[in-house]
Design a protein around this ligand. Structure first.
Ligand code: BG6
Length: 482
């Protein structure tokens, strides 16, 4: 098929995405409180990040400085402007605004920082796209309340949302509530319980029940934020934010199909509630079967109904596959001991084992659009890779261009051949940032290189990679050209 130009909708939001804790640094200045991201040590491909009790002087915390965007945002925005970005997705670092999470009065210096940042973006023709909670919950909410397992956090989040939505009502139109809210449901691994919900599991916890309770609390908090936001400014566009990793059946065995579909329920549960405003029957049945006593009231159910989202923001990096067949190696799946997650022999993976599958993006766009009939927004996509700075300072990142080109082509087909309504595309880590999963700097996504290594050494100097000119052209042409 020809790669046509000018075929994305008018006003398509070509952009770039980051999160506050992965870019800003300045973790303890101007009244900011500690966040859950500030107690995560550095890791790498083989070593998981650790969560420490408070900040320890003998540990390295890569998010404390990150790429120092807090102090460099004006120069960085000039690069974004040159790149041609129409939109820039970042988050508000909750603990800059409410250092303890339960404060009544917001921290003015924190609010002022985002005023200045949004002004700078708008002055340069870039639309801010803002996530309210992107893995940076105030640490004190863990210490004093146990994180989102506690229903009090619904009120604290709603007050935070109201405060920033009121403050920025004329500067920010596009909002999202909780980043990749569904991550926590897959494996109950320590990192996601912490980053999604500020929860550390305790002895005696039924991890699934605790996660479902925290998830319900977040879904109610999200719906409150949507409702409040719409009262503040009816023109707001408020979305949810999902991690969609499509699960394929490894074979056409009916049990593989069933296992894949059951695994997808763990993702769809979240968008089903966000979009339809009610708890799906498969979830209610599961809770009943397992004897879970999930605490929510009639009033909460009404809030869910009143606070449904305008669009579905989502990240797409990879696909995965499951099988029930014996003789194929894999990782067993919770609740389906006869099924396992396996690698897909038809796709390649990056250095971190993430399977590269552009068709999976088209499949996801179709599946989600058909399920909900709501506008979609790809707010993260990309491939983490090691980059080499040559002696002449150049960075030849053709692998990044290949990955993104294939995904933009898939997105093009979804829009133009399949009729999917897509608002925009903000590839992840437009400028190099600290990796969320591994805490590395050297797992890079950006079009702009930042001179810093995994140990925190470097000048922080910014350099345009070869992909910079390529993406600039994509935006200019409103699509791929050749
Ligand atoms: C998503 C997160 O999970 O994936 C981002 O929303 C994260 O915060 C991104 O950075 C890529 O993951 P990683 O581990 O490569 O940084």
């Amino acid at each position: 098929m020809d790669q046509a130009t000018d075929k994305f909708p008018n006003g398509f939001l070509w952009g770039g995405a980051v999160a506050a804790h992965q870019i800003e640094g300045a973790y303890d200045v101007d009244g900011k409180g500690l966040s859950t991201a500030d107690v995560l040590t550095a890791g790498n491909q083989r070593t998981p990040r650790e969560i420490t009790k408070g900040v320890k002087s003998d540990q390295y915390y890569p998010n404390h400085e990150a790429i120092d965007f807090y102090h460099t945002y004006k120069e960085d925005i000039q690069l974004f402007k040159e790149l041609g970005l129409k939109a820039f997705r970042t988050s508000i670092n909750w603990s800059r605004i409410f250092p303890n999470g339960d404060d009544v009065v917001p921290n003015e210096a924190g609010l002022q920082f985002y005023d200045d940042l949004f002004d700078e973006l708008l002055k340069n023709g870039i639309e801010p796209v803002i996530t309210l909670s992107h893995f940076e919950i105030p640490y004190a909410l863990y210490e004093n309340y146990g994180g989102f397992r506690n229903k009090k956090l619904i009120t604290f989040f709603a007050w935070y949302a109201e405060t920033v939505m009121r403050r920025y009502k004329d500067k920010v139109k596009y909002w999202m509530t909780f980043n990749e809210i569904n991550n926590q449901m897959d494996t109950f691994e320590k990192l996601h319980a912490w980053t999604n919900s500020a929860i550390l599991f305790e002895d005696g916890d039924d991890k699934e029940e605790v996660t479902i309770q925290a998830s319900m609390n977040e879904l109610i908090a999200s719906a409150k934020a949507v409702k409040i936001g719409k009262e503040i400014n009816p023109n707001f566009q408020i979305g949810c934010m999902m991690a969609y990793v499509p699960v394929y059946p490894y074979s056409c065995h009916p049990e593989d199909m069933l296992a894949a579909s059951k695994m997808m329920e763990r993702r769809f549960f979240y968008s089903d509630v966000h979009v339809r405003g009610e708890i799906p029957s498969y979830a209610l049945k599961l809770w009943e079967q397992k004897g879970y006593d999930i605490d929510y009231s009639q009033e909460d159910l009404e809030i869910l109904k009143e606070g449904t989202v305008d669009y579905i923001g989502f990240s797409y990096y990879m696909s995965t596959a499951v099988t029930t067949l014996s003789g194929v190696k894999g990782t067993p799946i919770r609740d389906y001991p006869y099924a396992k997650v396996v690698s897909n022999p038809h796709v390649k993976a990056n250095d971190w084992g993430w399977q590269i599958d552009p068709d999976g993006l088209r499949y996801t766009l179709n599946t989600v659009y058909q399920r909900y009939n709501k506008p979609l927004f790809i707010v993260e996509n990309g491939m983490g890779a090691y980059d080499t700075v040559e002696n002449d300072g150049k960075i030849h990142d053709d692998y990044r261009v290949s990955y993104l080109e294939a995904h933009i082509q898939a997105m093009f087909q979804a829009v133009n051949e399949d009729g999917v309504e897509l608002m925009g595309y903000t590839p992840w880590g437009v400028i190099d940032i600290v990796s969320f999963g591994s805490g590395e700097m050297e797992k890079r996504y950006g079009f702009i290189h930042v001179d810093k290594d995994n140990q925190g050494n470097g000048t922080l100097v910014r350099r345009k990679k070869e992909s910079f000119a390529w993406y600039q052209n994509v935006i200019e042409q409103n699509g791929l050209s050749n």
